[in-house]
Design a protein around this ligand. Structure first.
Ligand SMILES: [Zn+2]
Length: 665
């Protein structure tokens, strides 16, 4: 950079700065200067050299402050600022499937996303972030709001196997993602992307199709991988592979992948990620808060992975403060390796800048102050009370000062793509008070929605699944018996036609609620017993059993109501934490079940041996019914069937197992 000719014109010169380039050689210039033309860095170097080589319309004296690349938030869900503080101190599945997704299905719209994004962008700018990687619904609105404000972002349109707020099916969201990418590709600030949410919320088809789309348009693919140990265990059980090899098999890594979390991966999986140049976003706060575990960050960096740092969504953090994330990333890595030399400050700051940009596959554009890259930078004041004094002996001091002492509030100026977004901590782009008023309005409506939902077990159940309420009525009679042989013998007689026979081991857990009108929720595991007595497949079902019996027929035949029947897709632990029952009762029984025709009516016959608690043998006959007239007829036939099966009427019970257990204990 010699100045033997007349100075080159540029738009802006930042002088009298401590310039931290965060380039691969970690050049530091003090006093340093930066020359900017349009959206591009024209020169970065010692002040005297830059000043003599460039002439600017505007010169800004940085008063010795730090000029460095803006921070890169490598994984977040910006519209979730509107859900911040909605549900906390819960496990990931209960938090996500029990609260976030039901609320999102109800409230998330383009307007919601726009408002949440605007609030997030203000928060990001204030904490020195110039570039972020997002994943949400209606990503079009995220991109629009972000571009208007002027931040740089990778915006990934979510695709998952459940109906989403912006799509009824995955085919629909895939088509929307295609259009979204076509519209935004080539934008100066927004890099469009596609986000198969996570392997456990997608299918093989979704993973393959989203990867193919990302390859077709040469855009990054943003996803969550190996966030919890449970996810890895389930992947092994379901696919016979842990998460990274499984998604590799689905050809995910043919795309330019940005993978959030990667908490539970081993050495060989790191190598797979590295070989495919996949970026990783480490989310220390989110992993700590959801107790997901500790990502092997130091090892990933040694393997050569591009590991950035992200805040994750503000509903699981609960903020977007990258200074806090840097400190945590560094401290956690030291603690879990028992080695305070791990993740030194300079490495951590690199993760939050250049490596983060590389993880997002935007390393050619941003992440360091290098000639030709975009002018994405911040000015940091390190002369505050909590950052003083400053030592010069060790060149690493400056990085430690930033990572271990600086706070988001020390960011004075923010520039993205050559444009100031914040000067002297003032942002004039949006009316912050008005945005917060609107956010509070949403909070109020969401509060009301959840208060209403939490009132009823049924509505909580419906919120979990997309299936609707299903009412079914059953005529049922139950008899305690001493000898099952009579029943087995009667079943051989010609008056009965056996349509099907099954044998299960049944594990029932009943959730009891303080308010008896809520009914009782039964979680049932049916373990099929094969003809050769081997344990077969297991079926999990959830039934909400109505509180009151509809009717008694003579002979103690009941008409009872089950209000909701659904496959149980989650663990018993999940339902326990989600429904918070006041008590629980477990019953284990061995059940022989026949579907039969008797006097032209279809019945189920259950011959049960109740093992836990040990209650002995029971005979049950049941038939589904739709009308009172039909119920009366079936009750009559049920009485005959019970007698036909050899049970005497003085042993009749009108109680269900739950009542029996409650009486005996
Ligand atoms: Zn996330």
């Amino acid at each position: 950079m010699t100045a033997n000719t007349s100075p080159t014109p540029c738009d802006l010169l930042l002088v009298n700065a401590l310039v931290l380039t965060m380039d691969e050689e970690y050049h530091v210039y003090e006093p340093g200067a930066v020359a900017i033309r349009g959206d591009t860095l024209l020169a970065v170097g010692p002040e005297a050299e830059v000043r003599s080589a460039y002439h600017a319309a505007e010169v800004v004296d940085c008063q010795g402050r730090v000029v460095m690349p803006g921070l890169v938030n490598a994984h977040t869900h910006v519209p979730m600022t509107l859900l911040r503080g909605l549900a906390d101190d819960l496990r990931l599945d209960v938090w996500l499937l029990g609260y976030m997704m039901p609320v999102e299905r109800q409230f998330v719209s383009p307007e919601f996303v726009r408002l949440g994004t605007q609030i997030a962008c203000l928060e990001l700018i204030r904490s020195g972030v110039t570039c972020f990687a997002d994943m949400y619904y209606f990503e079009e609105s995220v991109a629009q709001a972000t571009a208007e404000i002027g931040l740089r972002a990778l915006c990934a349109q979510t695709v998952l196997k459940f109906p989403a707020p912006d799509a009824e099916s995955y085919e629909e969201s895939l088509a929307a993602a295609r259009e979204f990418i076509q519209r935004w590709k080539g934008h100066p600030l927004i890099v469009p992307s596609i986000a198969p949410h996570a392997p456990y919320t997608c299918t093989d088809d979704i993973l393959r199709a989203t990867a193919a789309l990302a390859v077709e348009f040469d855009v990054p693919l943003h996803t969550h991988l190996a966030e919890t140990a449970t996810e890895v265990d389930n992947s092994r059980a379901e696919h016979g592979l842990s998460v990274i090899p499984y998604v590799q098999q689905q050809r995910l890594f043919e795309a330019k992948v940005l993978a959030a979390h990667c908490v539970h991966i081993d050495e060989s999986e790191m190598v797979i990620l590295q070989r495919h140049k996949a970026g990783v976003a480490h989310n220390p706060s989110s992993n700590l808060k959801l107790a997901s575990g500790f990502a092997p960050v130091a090892r990933m960096l040694e393997v050569g992975l591009h590991v950035g740092i992200g805040t994750d969504g503000p509903a699981s953090n609960n903020d977007l403060d990258m200074f806090e994330e840097m400190r945590l990333a560094s401290f956690i890595a030291k603690s879990v390796t028992n080695d305070p030399t791990q993740l030194p400050a300079r490495t951590t700051l690199t993760m939050a800048t250049r490596l983060g940009a590389c993880a997002m596959h935007l390393g050619h554009l941003t992440g360091s102050l290098e000639v030709g890259k975009r002018a994405d930078l911040i000015v940091l004041d390190l002369s505050t009370l909590h950052t003083s004094p400053r030592f010069h002996r060790d060149p690493q001091n400056i990085y430690a000062q930033i990572v271990y002492t600086a706070k988001a509030s020390d960011v004075q100026e923010v520039m993205v793509n050559g444009k100031w977004l914040m000067r002297n901590r003032r942002i004039d782009l949006l009316d912050e008070r008005e945005l917060l008023r609107q956010a509070q309005e949403y909070a109020h409506r969401i509060d009301l929605f959840l208060i209403q939902r939490e009132k009823s077990v049924l509505s909580k159940l419906i919120a979990l699944s997309t299936a609707t309420e299903e009412e079914s009525f059953e005529v049922q009679a139950k008899v305690r018996i001493s000898d099952p042989e009579n029943v087995l013998a009667a079943l051989q007689r010609p008056e009965i036609e056996i349509l099907r026979q099954r044998h299960y081991h049944q594990f029932d857990t009943y959730f009891i609620f303080e308010d008896p009108t809520q009914g009782v929720l039964r979680y049932r595991e049916d373990e099929f017993v094969e003809a050769d007595q081997r344990a077969g497949p297991v079926r999990y079902r959830l039934t909400l059993i109505g509180p009151a019996r509809e009717h008694h027929f003579p002979g103690d035949v009941l008409l009872s109501r089950s209000r909701y029947l659904a496959p149980a897709n989650h663990s018993l632990r999940f339902y326990r934490e989600y429904f918070k029952p006041s008590a629980e009762i477990s019953i284990v029984k061995d059940r022989l079940r026949w579907r039969v025709l008797f006097h032209g009516t279809e019945f189920f016959i259950n011959l049960d041996r109740v093992e836990e608690p040990n209650l002995g043998y029971f005979l049950e006959v049941k038939s589904r019914t739709w009308s009172r007239r039909d119920a009366e007829h079936k009750a009559h036939v049920a009485t005959q069937l019970i007698e036909f099966l050899g049970a005497s009427s003085d042993e009749w019970l009108n109680k269900d197992y739950l009542e029996l257990v409650q009486q005996t204990t």
